[in-house]
Design a protein around this ligand. Structure first.
Ligand SMILES: [Zn+2]
Length: 313
């Protein structure tokens, strides 16, 4: 009963989940197995989209330098704890008949102890690391790409081909990058370069506007990093996988103009954040954010005066 192949899940996951619920109710299937059903998933065009989890990141509240503390506390709610911002980290699994695609590999074991859980989360979706055929990156910050190479130096997704925006790849792989960055960022630069070095010769580079794989188009959302991209998935009115163009929906829908401390170029980041919000609002597209409260899928409503409201699913 538990030996359910991936294709079965892709083709008929809805039926499986309904069946699983019934089996849990009768005690024939453990609740643990049913955790699969609690991962948020939906159909979008040719893909089954599952929001997997890499765990959580703990960042200082100072990452929102323009916010006044009382308003920030209200906007973040339970995400503000012990004077820190607790942000989820949610890579995306896209399954079609042809491919098993992961958008971003998460933090791996070298970043924060609360993150690096994506392999367990994929297992709950009945996907082993070996089954992933393509990995597509939004950008090369640690929480998005340090889950590419294991502590043993081997690729964690050994059968995948890898995709990154050309500008992003060229920025991070420049040999003299560490010497050009503040010394506090040296560890991050070296860590990222070690991950990307393992992809040399394997990576496929693309430009914004390209259809990276069938039904998935890259959108230029530079600013957070020099080559940051978001992705639009065809189907219905469209789904935009934002990456880190909008770090938090409560904060940046209400204040798209606020800076985020980890944006490399704040002005460009604000411009592209507004572009995504306009695109989503005018086209009634859904947005899916990497660090948003799980599952991080929702609509955008115009709030007037350049502000927006988040309507989560
Ligand atoms: Zn991030």
């Amino acid at each position: 009963m538990l030996n359910i192949g991936r294709n079965y899940v892709v083709v008929d996951r809805r039926k499986f989940l309904a069946g699983a619920a019934a089996l849990v109710a009768t005690g024939l299937l453990s609740k643990n197995a049913f955790a699969l059903a609690e991962q948020y998933w939906f159909e979008q065009g040719a893909y089954t989209v599952t929001v997997v989890s890499d765990g959580e990141l703990v960042l200082p509240l100072a990452v929102f330098p323009d916010a006044n503390p009382e308003e920030l506390a209200k906007l973040l709610g339970e995400m503000a704890k012990d004077n820190n911002f607790h942000a989820q980290a949610n890579p995306i699994l896209l399954e079609s008949d042809a491919d098993t695609i992961l958008i971003d590999t998460g933090s791996g074991s070298g970043y924060q102890p609360t993150a690096g859980k994506v392999i367990e989360s994929l297992k709950l979706a009945d996907v082993e690391a070996e089954a992933v055929t393509k990995v597509i990156f939004t950008h090369a910050h640690p929480d998005h790409c340090w889950g590419t190479v294991g502590a043993d130096g081997k690729l964690i997704f050994p059968n995948a081909s890898f995709f990154m925006a050309e500008t992003e790849w060229n920025f991070w792989t420049a040999k003299d990058l560490a010497s050009k960055m503040p010394s506090a960022m040296e560890g991050m630069v070296k860590g990222t370069q070690a991950q990307l070095a393992a992809l040399d010769g394997k990576i496929k580079l693309f430009k914004p506007g390209a259809e990276v794989v069938p039904g998935i188009i890259a959108i230029d959302t530079a600013g957070h990093t020099p080559g940051h991209v978001s992705f639009e998935l065809a189907g219905d009115d469209g789904l935009i996988i934002t990456g880190d163009a909008i770090i938090n929906p409560n904060v940046f829908f209400a204040h798209p103009e606020w800076k985020f401390a980890y944006d490399a170029d704040s002005d460009t980041a604000v411009k592209n954040r507004r572009k995504l919000l306009e695109m989503a609002s005018e086209g009634k597209k859904r947005l899916l954010g990497f660090h948003w409260p799980y599952p991080g899928v929702g609509h955008v409503e115009e709030g007037g005066e350049g502000k927006y409201r988040y309507v989560p699913v």
